[in-house]
Design a protein around this ligand. Structure first.
Ligand code: ATP
Ligand code: MG
Length: 385
């Protein structure tokens, strides 16, 4: 598509690794869909180029707003404002020289060129050589690392684009490209961060939250839906099951010091069942080794007994301070620290740090936890956004 000379577009680059191979088309389409959803309501045209996406802002669009929204879309490696010109050497040089001449003398500049259309009478080396000469003659230094300015040229069939100062994108893979993941979402600090890591690798979230309220009352669960809503910037959509924990609590009345681990086992049993309903094969938790008594190696082993899906614990090796840092950055921390009546807080005061796996197996069987999980899910409320 021909873009007017001098017109500014936002040029979006994909990650490199997943571009190779047969799944490429599917990934790119998923990314396009996610960009469109994230930019919904913005006055912008989305154009798919060979190996990038061009966003053509309309008159009512705000480039700052577009950039802010793009920065949370997984699957984007970098993005930049690019100016269009004719795809010939003289025009590229003229446009690039304008940018070069605005840089201070002595600045180290990196010059790169890329062609996604090769049937032109010159190649990327020709472009780089010309621009390098222009830069040197204006007193700039050339550098490939530690540069203070950059000139990027991208040549397509109908246009050449010249840009400077690209912004790092969110990286990762487009949300949805990995299918769905079940995410055990509590009201705490950790599980929203675990959710973010799931999305970063392309998983679309199905949240499962267990609560101690008699009904699935929206007002009582507001803190949890607020957290999931705030993650919509990254996930773009979600499903959520709010599951009453009351049947479990009745059944586990005399589980004593094993109750906390048994509750986690029950949550995982329910998650496994919901994974079956949703066509997901992974369950994410915010567990972190040694953070609380339920998260010792022995207890994590015990709670995972007989769970037939992959349990991912992306925070397992993090320190609390590191997790808080990420929670602040992704905007969930302030919501997580608000007061909430968590089911875990009504559990035994002095939980065992080493529940034996046989004990969990035996208790789960005795108390028919699989059946109770199925029954509890039938009284769950499903929210879709
Ligand atoms: P978080 O900050 O995520 O609540 P935590 O440090 O409080 O974690 P636990 O309460 O032991 O630790 O929970 C460990 C993990 O178990 C949570 O990260 C979450 O994945 C899951 N979990 C705990 N409580 C619930 C709940 N009520 N509903 C759904 N998942 C839960
Ligand atoms: Mg918690």
């Amino acid at each position: 598509m021909r873009i007017e000379n001098g017109e500014a577009v936002v040029s979006v680059r994909f990650g490199e690794l997943w571009l190779r191979g047969r799944n490429r088309g599917r990934y790119v389409n998923m990314l396009l869909l996610n960009i469109a959803q994230r930019l919904h309501g913005e006055d912008v045209e989305i154009i798919k180029e060979h190996d990038r996406v061009l966003l053509r802002p309309g008159r009512r669009a705000s480039i700052n707003e577009i950039n802010a929204r793009l920065s949370t879309v997984f699957g984007i490696s970098r993005f930049e404002t690019a100016y269009a010109t004719e795809p010939d050497l003289a025009s590229i040089k003229k446009l690039a020289t304008g940018i070069i001449s605005k840089l201070d003398k002595g600045t180290a500049v990196r010059i790169r060129s890329h062609r996604s259309y090769k049937q032109l009478g010159f190649d990327s080396m020709d472009v780089v050589e010309r621009l390098a000469r222009a830069a040197r003659s204006r007193g700039l230094k050339l550098a490939s690392r530690d540069f203070g300015g950059e000139i990027n040229v991208n040549i397509t069939r109908d246009n050449a684009f010249v840009s400077t100062n690209s912004t790092k994108g969110a990286g990762g893979l487009p949300v949805g490209s990995g299918g769905k993941a079940i995410i055990l979402l509590s009201g705490g600090i950790d599980s929203p961060v675990a959710a973010w890591y799931a999305m970063k690798r392309g998983m679309s979230p199905v949240y499962v939250h267990f609560h101690g309220f008699p009904n699935n009352d929206a007002a009582e669960l507001k803190k949890i839906t607020d957290i999931a809503d705030s993650l919509l910037r990254f996930s773009l959509r979600y499903r959520m099951y709010t599951v009453p924990a009351s049947l479990f609590q009745l059944a586990a009345l005399n589980a004593g010091r094993s109750e906390t681990v048994l509750l986690k086992h029950f949550m995982l049993l329910a998650a496994e069942r919901i994974a079956g309903l949703e066509g997901a094969s992974m369950v994410y938790t915010g567990d972190c080794l040694g953070q609380v008594s339920s998260q010792t190696p022995q207890n994590l082993f015990a709670e995972s007994q007989g769970i037939r899906c992959t349990i991912a614990r992306p925070l397992i090796g993090f320190d609390k301070e590191e997790i808080i840092g990420i929670a602040r950055r992704i905007g969930t921390y302030e919501l997580s620290v608000l007061p909430y009546m968590d089911v875990c807080s009504i559990n035994s005061r002095n939980p065992s740090t080493a529940v034996r796996s046989e004990v969990v197996r035996a208790l789960a069987k005795e108390k028919k936890l699989r059946g109770i999980a199925a029954k509890s899910i039938r009284s769950a409320k499903i929210i879709e956004k």
